[in-house]
Design a protein. Sequence first.
Length: 140
Amino acid sequence: MRRQAGFTLIELMIVVAIIAIIAAMAIPSILNARKASNEASATSALRTLMTANGQYQIRFRSYASSFANLSASGYLDDALGSGSKSGYNFTYAGGGDTWTTTANPVAAGSTGDRGFFVDDAGVIRFSASGPATATSPPIE
């Protein structure tokens, strides 16, 4: 009998098993990289808010009372002005002589692990176990 050229079923199953093992090792790393990227984007957005609020305060003699005020004045882009960006929801409170912003992951553990906080003092703070506050440790 002549043997036909090609792969046997066992050879194909071994290749599929190797690919599955490689994928199982790579997927958690990819997810962690995405969370780290979202967290970096959130802290960058908080720095942008600090700058925008400083400029708004100089121009209008008080801090903005909402994201809408900062957006309408041209200090924020539409994404951050909507209160949601890169897997984080931003909450803003302000007006007069003070302002605060918190950034919390849309899906904790999936889009990010840490919550962030910044106020008119200009120190970004974080919490690994829920929303950050003015007493949370600062980012170094």
